[in-house]
Design a protein around this ligand. Structure first.
Ligand code: GCU
Length: 617
């Protein structure tokens, strides 16, 4: 291919890349080829593959650039890099758990593999999709940089310019860097392990030149759901967005199980959906009913599994399908503790959510960042509600526009990936951010962005409580804008001892559902002592006993749910107690070996009691 042709193709790519690189929703329902498996790597702490000896970014054709194949024609050709065994690494997966030298590593690792051009008809194009790369990814194909993505927990994809693909051995190189920076989201200080790498699935996605890019279909939240249930007739609302303006085509929406099929003509790059459907079973935690929904354009059909439900706030109640619901939750990091690694697979999701079910919980707060896509999909099928959030955590640089733009980008990527997941009932926009005018302006902008993106869910943030010698007041200005007043309180761990819960008083400024988004205490699994001994299982159990008693006797009527911190012990570089922690945050109800602590059964008993009350209501 002549350079001029490639230049034209490349210019077209750059000019149209915004629309062309919008998130491809539901890759599970599309034609894909997995690029998971064994890749090569080079560890590059000095960025030698990226910068020359004057620390200038290497130009495209530079033979020293790691994104270029080394050119070795004769014995004396200079090159100092190549991707070869035994330097191999598994994708998906963080690098930290794959080799002891990676445990603490923060910096750059180059990933490389080749792939052959897939069979394409003349009306098809191919995209490269990454489930997530933590934290920054520069992606090169056959020596050309195609995309840079920042944000360690959300997917991104981009179209591969046709002229760039060769029949065999397309050289895919990804520069991955997980260094922390003050202006990143999250910022430099987090209480979790900074797992780096291509941590989730990588795939080629094949689409027609004109295709469905995103869609949203859910019960119209404004309908009278009680009346709809009585009549068995429900209003569905939503939209479909295409990758380009389309005309003279028909879009067909079909829900075969209820014999629903409707076609609408397409003019433009999106259209609204608004129709009535009869006799659907609503999705809820006792009957997580999912329907195959087919979206078809030019005989190309994308099938998704969608649960239809409404979630709203009415006064101080949270309503699921119009019925008051108490959220019996627990927090969870995206980690398989016993293997000290990021969770990334369907099997991982089934294991983690299986433990949630054993707790008799009906909800999980996915802390503190969007988890992999298997989590909400498995939660949909199990009937577990989710709070999912972006990592706007602690001391973010609230006064910088580029930081807010990054947070909004990650929020858009999170919502656009999961907006059709019935299990997600709450979008979280931050955690324990210190109150200031700048911060409240920043966070309020995120609340508004979330509401603009999706009117079918609630928006929350984990606020902080003002402790004042037992008089705990909740008046964070952000509570004015969120749908519920959620806060993290550590009475009995960071503040006083568990018996301090007995005299605690609570005042909540806002007339909204009141929610405890974190509470808990540390315990080393298997360490038993008098309950007054910190880090004993008995102390943690005592904390849960006193907290539960406080919920029952001291909390306002508006108390609508809780997600105690946390289901599993998890790795954190901040937890250095040489006897009880050794890089583990010990607030889990299950330790890193998978053993349940005494407090697990205390919370389980409370949740069984609440479940009984709910079933007999
Ligand atoms: C905070 C924070 C968590 C942290 C926890 C703890 O509330 O939100 O991320 O791990 O406290 O101190 O254990």
């Amino acid at each position: 291919m002549k350079n001029i042709d490639f230049l034209i193709a490349f210019l077209f790519y750059v000019l149209t890349s915004e629309a062309q690189n919008e998130l491809l929703m539901n890759t599970f329902g599309r034609k894909t080829i997995s690029l998971n498996g064994t890749w090569h790597y080079i560890i590059d702490p000095y960025e030698t593959g990226f910068y020359d000896y004057r620390f200038k970014e290497r130009p495209e054709g530079d033979p020293g650039a790691y994104w270029n194949k080394p050119v070795i024609k004769t014995n004396n050709d200079w090159t100092e890099h190549s991707f070869k065994e035994p330097y191999t690494i598994q994708v998906p997966g963080d690098w930290n758990h794959q080799d002891p030298k990676f445990l603490y590593y923060e910096g750059t690792v180059w990933y490389q593999r080749t792939f052959d051009k897939p069979q394409l008809n003349e009306n098809e194009e191919v995209h490269l999709y990454f489930g997530a790369v933590n934290y920054k990814a520069d992606v090169y194909l056959n020596g050309k940089k195609l995309v840079v993505h920042k944000g360690g927990f959300t997917p991104f994809n981009f179209i591969i310019p046709k002229g760039l693909l060769q029949e065999k051995d397309n050289n895919l190189v990804v520069h991955v860097n997980n260094n922390r920076h003050p202006d990143d989201v999250p910022t430099v200080n987090t209480d979790w392990w900074n797992y780096g790498g291509i941590t989730r699935d990588v795939k080629l996605v094949i689409t027609s030149k004109q295709h469905i890019r995103q869609y949203h279909l859910q019960l119209d939240p404004e309908q009278d759901i009680a009346k709809a249930k009585r009549k068995g007739r429900f209003k569905l609302k939503g939209w479909v967005k295409f990758n380009t303006a389309i005309s003279d085509q028909e879009l067909t929406i079909e829900i075969p199980e209820v014999k629903f099929k409707e076609s609408v003509s397409v003019e433009g790059n999106s259209l609204q959906l608004d129709f009535e459907v009869k006799n659907i079973e609503l999705w809820d935690t006792k009957n997580p009913k999912l329907y195959d929904v087919n979206f078809s354009l030019n005989k190309n059909t994308i099938t998704d599994k969608i649960g239809f439900r409404t979630v709203k706030v009415e006064g101080t109640d949270i309503l699921l399908n119009g019925e008051k619901t108490f959220l019996r939750g627990i927090c969870l990091h995206e980690e398989i503790a016993k293997e000290e690694r990021r969770a990334y697979s369907k099997t991982d999701a089934e294991y983690l959510l299986g433990q949630v079910q054993e707790l008799h919980a009906n909800m999980v707060r996915l802390a503190h960042y969007p988890h992999n896509e298997y989590m909400p999909r498995v939660a949909d099928s199990l009937g577990i509600m989710l709070w999912t959030e972006i990592p706007v955590y602690w001391t973010i640089n609230f006064d910088k526009k580029e930081v807010l733009d990054n947070a909004k980008q990650q929020l858009n990527e999170m919502v656009n990936r999961d907006r059709n997941r019935a299990s997600i009932v709450l979008w979280g926009v931050g955690n324990e951010t210190p109150v200031s005018d700048k911060r409240t302006e920043f966070m309020t902008a995120l609340v508004k962005e979330a509401k603009a993106l999706d009117q079918t869910r609630l928006v929350a943030a984990a606020l902080e409580v003002g402790y004042n010698k037992g008089k705990n007041h909740v008046d964070d200005p952000l509570g004015e804008f969120t749908d519920i007043v959620a806060l993290n309180e550590y009475l009995g761990w960071y503040v006083s001892t568990p018996d301090g819960c007995r005299t605690a008083e609570w005042s909540v400024k806002y007339d909204k559902p009141f929610f405890i988004s974190e509470t808990g205490a540390g315990a080393k699994g298997g360490f038993h002592a008098d309950k007054t001994k910190r880090f004993s299982e008995e102390y943690q159990q005592w904390l849960y006993e006193e907290q539960i008693n406080m919920f029952k006797t001291k909390f306002p009527e508006s108390f609508s749910g809780l997600t105690p911190w946390i289901l599993f012990d998890f790795k954190s570089p901040k937890r250095k107690n040489p006897v009880y922690q050794e890089n583990w945050n010990r607030k889990g109800l299950i330790d890193e070996k998978g053993n349940k602590k005494l407090a697990f059964y205390t919370l389980q008993a409370y949740y069984k009691e609440l479940e009984e009350l709910e079933n007999n209501r």
